[in-house]
Design a protein around this ligand. Sequence first.
Ligand code: G6P
Length: 439
Amino acid sequence: MTGIKIVTIGGGSSYTPELIEGFIQRYDELPVRELWLVDIPEGKEKLETVGALAKRMVKKAGVPIDIHLSLDRKEALPGADFVTTQIRVGLLEARAKDEEIPLKYGVIGQETNGPGGLLKGLRTIPVILDICKDIEQLCPDAWLINFSNPAGMVTEAVLRYSNITKTVGLCNVPIGMHMGVAELLDVEADRVHIDFAGLNHMVYGLEVYLDGEIVTNKVLDLLSSGAGMTMKNIVDLGWEKEFIKALNVLPCPYHRYYYQTSKMLEQEQEDLKEKGTRAKVVQQLESELFDLYSDPNLAIKPPQLEERGGAYYSDAACRLIHSIYNDKRDIQPVNVKNNGAITGIPADSAVEVNCIITKEGPKPINVGELPVAVRGLVQQIKSFERVAAEAAVTGDYHQALLAMTINPLVPSDTVAKEILDEMLEVHKKDLPQFFASSV
Ligand code: G6P
């Protein structure tokens, strides 16, 4: 059979129209024959709404992509060439708790960083590993492309605890930084190149080029002179000019939580009082989006979707699938097995790094040592992710406590234990591995 079969798990997500738009735009070079949108029974209504919009979008575009909806991934997976995962275990209610509880202890409350990131990892990893088992059985040749957060920790777990080797973790942060730099320089994005290296939501631009010439210092200067380049879900409080000069590499928007911890914490506490957590804001945005999606006359991706932090993730996804499928050998920043590309990070761990994308998958470009300015933080977060992934797989309380305590956003062992105990309890229903005997 010609054409590609794609299965998207978490297909009822409000982000799905982005993906559909991406496949429509690239149809000539990326002929998607079948797209299966799969969700859980609780997501049935959303799946039907998004699915109907997806069908209207391909019809309007006049491309022969067959859209199927399913509540059973085992029905969808056979014959898949690519499986994409975009799940949120515990839905936005769980995210709200991840963001709110740490704030009570004076600690950053964030979806993918600090305690929130840990608990999201503990909930998500077992579900992703179950999906891996199904892929192994039903479509062993498929590529697994994961967007589910925390994407770095999830990729780490897939690489180390599943038998799937054809896997890539994907995020919109590098593409967002690329577009942000082009905007700072006021040039077309295709004239810019960035040497990305680090981890997911902890990636740095080690060098920035414009038409092949190094312009890193100019970009760092622009970054700390005006708007500091960010994503919709992260407030931009600017950057300290002298610090950015000293750092000498381009930070990602998430680095604010590490380098501006107290300012970001104050801001989060204010936001909590005024408008609630980001999860609450997103709940509102989602309900507006789903109202729009329900309109039978809508047949395009509505621009309001760009208000979400993950805007443009489909560009990253479609670009990647396109380059694997066509053996394009272009350079893209993705999450893969390190294999020695970054010195000081275990060879079997996930890193986010520029790769050459071939039909055998992404080949990481060698980085060597990271600059001393950032090496320590990257290694500390990698240790955190490794311990967290082990805790997620084993349900071992002590590993979870260790992960919480060595996270640089958590100030002490006692605070770590208090936060962990409260968060494990509130997320109990989504953490069966920690409560095996009582569930
Ligand atoms: C960023 C991250 C994504 C994350 C998103 C959240 O862009 O890179 O990994 O999913 O923000 O956005 P939201 O609109 O849900 O707050």
